[in-house]
Write a protein that binds this ligand. Sequence first.
Ligand code: SF4
Ligand code: SF4
Length: 91
Amino acid sequence: MKGKIVIDKELCKGCKYCVMSCPKGVIIMEKQFNTTGYFPASPKYIDKCTGCGFCAQMCPELAIEVWSTNNKEKRIRSPRRDAEEAETEKT
Ligand code: SF4
Ligand code: SF4
């Protein structure tokens, strides 16, 4: 499968869990601060992404969305949206 990820850099706290969890070495850390003073993660080698979702699963800030790019783009994993939907269902 081919995939891509989208990282919300403003939510990122620079923990590097996503970098360590990616089996394909897709993600790097940027050298410029985000507005909250962290060096954010960035999907640099996106051609290698398989859409496995490990990075999104590891991110404590729920800052990563995973998309499948096989035929048509389709979001396949978004822990933040899942959490928001679960919260909405409670109310
Ligand atoms: S979805 Fe998988 S291959 Fe793609 S960046 Fe995340 S961990 Fe790496
Ligand atoms: S796991 Fe999340 S918070 Fe940690 S560096 Fe990656 S995107 Fe940032």
